[in-house]
Design a protein around this ligand. Structure first.
Ligand code: AMP
Length: 395
């Protein structure tokens, strides 16, 4: 696995695929710069070697050229974070980009306009990738968030750098963290899968059963399992057509010696609302008209014990409807348990969109071992897929 440390970037231009798909407000100001901050170590290493950086990224989902999706809006933010002036090419390919890349001196940064202003980017077009490849001597992929897409800048462009390609430090860290959980995690290994639906996590669950000793299932997924086992789930979210599958998962787990932990009690509400009336009920006896929206106190005690017994922990998906304060307690308590276990030496990886949002919202970011930057890419990795962007560098 080639990383930045395998190259000396002195007098070299690094063509870096970063993920600067950051949120902007109505005034086109960056509201969360995490992704730019995450790319800083890669950029700094190259500049310190005496190289220069050509940065390419997408921003949003433009249809053709749309000024509101211009990467121009984030130039100031990059300059603030990296501490170096940023030059800009108003088209990511073509004469302007090529001239500016040629003129780039050691220690300088050139930012290219939004890759997705060209539909060839998402199509993985080879000619477009070849045009991009002219802009650098070494290709560096540091964008985990798009590593599951075979786009021109994330995958195809690597073909034009058969020797001179590597992972940036962010992407390398992502790969190492996933490997630590999925391949060589210290036992006992625990996965916690929450979120809304079984259907979106089936492949993850099936793949993960071969890797873990314990599996905590929480969130809305709970009720499909509970109903399948004969429980009464009231008005809780439940996928009736996935009940067979839930039973099959429980059977597979037993055969593989994986201990599954489901909530035993829940906070039930009489409406899907923060102001609803609530009561703690047994997970198998939820009255009609009530729905389980968070894990209950007994469940949290059980989960805390498991989390603290395990040495490797993967967390994907909240335990309840954490967006509403009344149903965030379970997710917060689980975060506390994971933070404590991490403090005592466990390795903890948090990944997948909503658990990352929860971890940030409740301040656990620095109390777990690693927070992944890629939602879809993380899920596909957990499903056991080799991501095209990663394969392209390894190949
Ligand atoms: P996912 O994207 O599959 O990880 O799902 C995350 C979403 O699941 C969050 O928006 C939560 O509000 C939601 N969720 C978690 N627990 C429940 C529940 N018991 N009932 C309904 N939605 C839930």
């Amino acid at each position: 696995m080639k990383t930045l440390n395998d190259f000396n970037f002195q007098d070299k231009k690094a063509l870096i695929r970063v993920d600067f798909n950051v949120p902007l407000n109505d005034n086109f100001e960056v509201t969360d710069a995490t992704r730019i901050v995450s790319a800083k170590p890669t950029i700094i290493k190259i500049l310190e070697d005496g190289g220069s950086c050509v940065l390419m990224s997408h921003l949003g989902r433009p249809k053709g050229v749309q000024e509101e999706f211009s990467l121009r809006h984030i130039i100031d933010k990059i300059e603030d974070i990296i501490g170096v002036d940023v030059k800009f090419a108003s088209n990511c390919v073509g004469p302007e980009a090529e001239e500016k890349a040629v003129a780039l001196q050691s220690g300088e940064i050139l930012l290219l306009e939004n890759l997705r202003f060209h539909e060839e980017e998402k199509q993985g077009n080879k000619d477009f990738a070849e045009q991009l490849s002219k802009l650098g001597d070494i290709y560096v992929n540091d964008a985990f968030g798009t590593a599951h897409r075979a786009h021109a800048s994330t995958t195809i462009v690597a073909e034009f750098f058969p020797e001179n390609k590597c992972f940036g430090s962010l992407l390398a860290k992502e790969i190492e963290s996933i490997k630590k959980v999925m391949e060589d995690g210290e036992k006992p290994v625990l996965a916690i899968l929450g979120g809304a639906k079984v259907s979106s996590k089936i492949t993850v669950i099936e793949n993960i059963l071969d890797k873990v000793d314990h599996l905590i299932i929480g969130g809305g997924m709970t009720f499909t399992f509970v109903k399948a086992q004969g429980g009464r789930v009231g008005d809780s979210i439940c996928e009736d057509d996935k009940m067979e599958l839930a039973l099959d998962i429980l059977k597979q787990a037993e055969a593989k010696g994986v201990k599954i932990h489901l909530p035993v009690d829940v906070i039930a509400a009489d409406a899907f609302s923060n102001d609803a009336n609530t009561q703690v009920v047994d997970v198998k006896h939820i009255p009609d008209g009530w729905q389980g929206l968070d894990a209950g106190p007994k469940s949290l005690e059980i989960f805390d014990k498991v989390v603290n017994e395990c040495k490797t922990i993967l967390w994907n998906g909240p335990l309840g409807v954490f967006e509403m304060e009344s149903f965030a307690k379970g997710t917060i308590a689980l975060g506390d348990s994971i933070a404590n276990s991490t403090k005592n030496g466990a390795f903890s990886l948090v990944g997948g969109g909503d658990s990352v949002a929860a971890v940030k919202q409740f301040g656990f970011e620095n109390k777990v071992s690693y927070v992944s930057t890629g939602g879809g890419a993380m899920l596909e990795s957990l499903e056991g897929k080799t991501l095209p962007g990663i394969a392209a560098i390894l190949g």
